[in-house]
Ligand binder design. Structure first.
Ligand SMILES: Nc1nc2c(c(=O)[nH]1)N[C@H]1C(S)=C(S)[C@@H](COP(=O)(O)OP(=O)(O)OC[C@H]3O[C@@H](n4cnc5c(=O)[nH]c(N)nc54)[C@H](O)[C@@H]3O)O[C@H]1N2
Ligand SMILES: Nc1nc2c(c(=O)[nH]1)N[C@H]1C(S)=C(S)[C@@H](COP(=O)(O)OP(=O)(O)OC[C@H]3O[C@@H](n4cnc5c(=O)[nH]c(N)nc54)[C@H](O)[C@@H]3O)O[C@H]1N2
Ligand SMILES: [Mo]
Length: 784
């Protein structure tokens, strides 16, 4: 993969350690390396008894839900399902390390600011509620009651409730999220910035228009019946490792798996299942992708249009030959609207343009479409490679179009499968975390709790940060997460957040968002998923909803990391009580027994009928999904074909620029950096890398190992003022015209305004960049 230097005289010296830190990985995904990685993770957290005890109870009928991802569990799991990255997530939470008041006494926030994201969280679990002391620039211990009283007073003192933002990260349980939205709505606003605004918002915006629900329509069983599976823009070997077991099953049945991804991802190529002793002993790997297409970054809209165009042309040819055609005509006639407009749009898109924009040849597209057309039942899976673009919403809708053309929604073995991120990001939405409440939600709250919830739409994540930057919002409460680091544009975001009057973080571990002190700032430590939650009514369990609408209970068993921790529902109730002394809600009663919170959820959302009984059944229950039954909750009761204008999911880049995607390494969970390796991509001990096609490097007179600067540009090619410097070029099998680096390091390249105008999802996968040789050592512009 190495390219010879074009003009060695002008090229900076190779970083000396390059050859040790970048070594192509030849092994399969999974296998013994995965087991070794877990053993290392457990040792690193000095948590052998806690972690091992915890790992045995992950995703068991009576255990806790893995905080790793939202991929569902096989029903009635009877044995421990090994998952490397799930194990890292559990170990990271079950660590024996503690971030105590003594730690905070020893370090000012300014000093901690220079620590890496990894080092901050690696101090371990937060143990005490803390309040910021500006004079000393330190967090000092505070009692829960005093913290709550001061937070309540600060929220009550705002001129209007719309001046506060209430962020949610998707690990939050249904119970905590429901109480949170109730508190915020009784307080008087709908400002619910949420991690899903940076993630699958394009799904939540796009799919309801297409099929009437903003969620996936498949179940795990459907994978047993699919005749073909398409994996577009997601990396399950790292981000949904348990999905590899499902894909392995599909492959072993002989059904094709078509991957569309600009990067070669090992988990999508071949896999040795740690669950399978024979595979582990022989090292015999199962192939995952039957065909791997590498379009350019941002080429999906053109690929999908090309596949549909091929389908229509092949359908016409088949009809002309006296065949039945390739489309599901009875389905299109009975269940859909808009076919003609879609067909006209596809006809107007030329093959030339499709090839140019997609980065795939017409033959490659025809081959993908041919596999699609010869399969009776097809599942399309997708992730951030589809949603995090300027036209993420249109992208998602093209996936739905493709499926609808052959009736692939609402029948066994077929459907759409967005891979959700956080383990309960979907559930949080279901129980009311939304800045745009619908009439049914408002009516449910009114009916159940007797107060008038606000109807005016509030802020999503980008809008919230903008409101803070412009001084329109003065308070930020975060139920988990690391908003300042996760959102784009640290140069704008960090200084903006320093202007807040109030910042409240409910968290398990210390992160950079906590180091941006507002005039008053509080750090409120909470229980994690793995820990025992005992309230007045005894031990409690919470519930979560996975990517496939299965709701199940989660009960932690570990002794809490500190006796001062409180559960998320208890903390939310405490803040609500302190802020709303006249509240109509029985906060204490609900926290004493979470069954009462679930009664509330059921009363507001009829879809949860019989919640407490159903959640006690092993494996939980499935939330009804109308589209999966071919009931279309659209205005006219039909699924809709929705053509998208043009062929670009991002503004077209001018010559000489590459499109850069920010992606996750194998050793991170979003902004949580477990370690500096990215095993499957061959990176060891560093994250300051940019993956580039060898020909694109050579064309710029660069070679692997060079220090390079990455300058973000506007669509017209002019620099947008954002760059990272001194990163190391890695020659990689990524498609031409594309580049990738890690998130969050790459967030400094994305302006706040670079987002899908319809869903607000930032364009994290589509930054036009210019690469050049650099003189500096690695340096991210983190807006200090
Ligand atoms: N271990 C671990 N698990 C996780 C997470 C984690 O950080 N670590 N994060 C969780 C969260 S919140 C989420 S949202 C999910 C994310 O899971 P993914 O959606 O898998 O997330 P990314 O790592 O961002 O990678 C996306 C993939 O998209 C590809 N890609 C980039 N641009 C394009 C494009 O234009 N077109 C196509 N077709 N592909 C493209 C990249 O090559 C990469 O393989 O994972 C969840 N699970
Ligand atoms: N450039 C770029 N930016 C991105 C993305 C990208 O692909 N590229 N992806 C986006 C996506 S998909 C997402 S989902 C967001 C993620 O954004 P967030 O969800 O805000 O970020 P996380 O890194 O998951 O949050 C980590 C923190 O959560 C806290 N935490 C962990 N467990 C718990 C718990 O049980 N309870 C509580 N209260 N706190 C807990 C810890 O303090 C930890 O530091 O980032 C987005 N940003
Ligand atoms: Mo996500």
């Amino acid at each position: 993969m190495k390219t010879p230097p074009k003009d060695p005289g002008t090229i900076p010296a190779k970083a000396p350690e390059f050859d040790r830190s970048v070594r192509p990985y030849d092994g399969p995904a999974g296998g013994w390396d995965a087991l070794k990685a877990v053993a290392g993770a457990v040792r690193g957290q000095m948590a052998i008894p806690r972690s091992v005890g915890a790992l045995h109870r992950v995703n068991q009928p009576v255990g806790f839900d893995c905080p790793g991802c939202a991929w569902p569990d096989p029903r009635h799991t009877s044995s421990f399902e090994f998952c490397e990255n799930g194990a890292k997530a559990v170990t990271w939470e079950a660590t024996a390390k503690r971030t105590t008041p003594e730690f905070f006494a020893a370090h000012t926030l300014s000093e901690l600011w220079d620590w890496s994201d990894h080092d901050l969280e690696n101090e371990g679990r937060l143990t005490h509620p803390m309040a910021y002391d500006a004079a000393r620039d330190k967090y000092l211990p505070v009692s829960w009651d005093e913290a709550a009283a001061r937070i309540g007073a600060a929220l009550s003192a705002l001129p209007k409730p719309e001046m506060a933002e209430f962020y949610t990260s998707g690990r939050t349980s249904n119970e905590a999220a429901f109480l949170y939205q109730l508190f915020v709505r009784e307080y008087g606003c709908n400002n619910f910035p949420d991690c899903s605004n940076m993630c699958h918002e394009a799904t939540s915006t796009g799919l309801p228009e297409s099929i009437g629900v903003g969620k996936g329509t498949v179940s795990l069983e459907d994978f047993e019946h699919a005749d073909a599976v398409f994996c577009i823009g997601h990396n399950p070997g790292t981000n949904h490792p348990r999905m590899l077991a499902t894909l392995r099953g599909v492959s072993l049945r002989g059904a094709p798996i078509v991957v569309i991804n600009p990067m070669p991802e090992r988990g999508l190529e071949r896999f040795v299942s740690p669950q399978d002793p024979a595979e582990m002993l022989t090292g015999h790997a199962v192939r995952i992708a039957s065909t791997y297409f590498k379009p350019r970054i941002g080429g999906d809209l053109a690929v999908l249009k090309g596949m549909m165009k091929w389908l229509l042309e092949a359908d016409a040819a088949d009809l002309a030959d006296g065949g039945e055609g390739l489309l599901d005509r009875p389905f299109i006639a009975g269940h859909t609207r808009g076919f003609e407009a879609l067909a006209a749009d596809l006809q107007a898109s030329s093959w030339d343009a499709i090839e140019r924009h997609s980065g795939l040849s017409r033959d490659e597209i025809a081959s993908a479409a041919g596999i699609y057309a010869s399969a009776g039942r097809v599942i399309v899976c997708y992730g951030m490679g589809i949603t995090q673009h300027r036209h993420g919403t249109e992208n998602v809708q093209q996936l739905a179009n493709l499926l609808l053309l052959r009736g692939n929604i609402g029948k066994p073995g077929a459907g759409i499968c967005p891979l959700r991120g956080h383990s309960n990001v979907q559930g949080d939405r279901t129980v009311g975390i939304t800045e745009k409440p619908g009439a049914a939600l408002l009516e449910g709250i009114r009916r159940t709790y007797g107060f008038e919830p606000p109807a005016a739409h509030g802020h999503d994540a980008v809008a919230a940060v903008k409101a803070i930057a412009e001084g329109r919002s003065k308070a930020l409460v975060c139920l988990g997460g690391n908003l300042a680091v996760a959102i784009s544009d640290p140069q704008a975001t960090f200084p903006a957040m320093r202007k807040l009057e109030l910042a409240v973080h409910i968290a398990t571990k210390l992160n950079r968002s906590h180091l941006i002190p507002a005039r008053q700032a509080f750090l409120l430590p909470c229980l994690g998923r793995t820990e025992l939650d005992i309230q007045a009514g005894g031990p409690q369990s919470v519930t979560v909803e996975d990517s496939m609408s299965m709701v199940h209970a989660s009960q932690g068993r570990l002794k809490p990391a500190s006796e001062h921790l409180r559960s998320e529902p208890a903390i939310v109730a405490l803040l609500a009580r302190a802020t709303l002394p006249q509240s109509k809600v029985d906060w204490e009663g609900m926290v004493a027994d979470y069954d009462r919170i679930r009664d509330g959820i059921e009363a507001v959302f009829p879809i949860f009928a019989d919640f407490n009984a159903r959640i006690r059944m092993p494996g939980g229950f499935h939330l009804d999904n109308a589209a999966a039954r071919r009931r279309w909750n659209t205005p006219d009761g039909k699924a809709r074909f929705l053509p998208a204008p043009g062929l670009d999911e991002d503004p077209p880049a001018v010559d000489g620029l590459l499109k850069l995607a920010t992606v996750r390494s194998h050793d991170q969970y979003n902004t949580t950096i477990y370690g500096l390796d990215d095993r499957y991509r061959g990176i060891h001990g560093r994250r300051d890398v940019v993956f580039v096609n060898p020909d694109d490097l050579a064309e710029r007179g660069l070679r692997e190992g060079d220090r390079i600067d990455v300058e973000a540009c506007r669509p017209d090619g002019m620099p947008n003022g954002r760059s990272v410097r001194g990163y190391v070029a890695v020659a990689f099998g990524i498609s031409r015209g594309s580049a990738a680096m890690y998130y969050p390091e790459g967030n400094g390249l994305v302006a706040l305004d670079d987002h899908d105008p319809r869903s607000g999802t930032p364009g994290y996968k589509s930054v036009p960049v210019r690469l050049s040789a650099s003189a500096s050592a690695a340096q991210g512009d983190r807006g200090l």
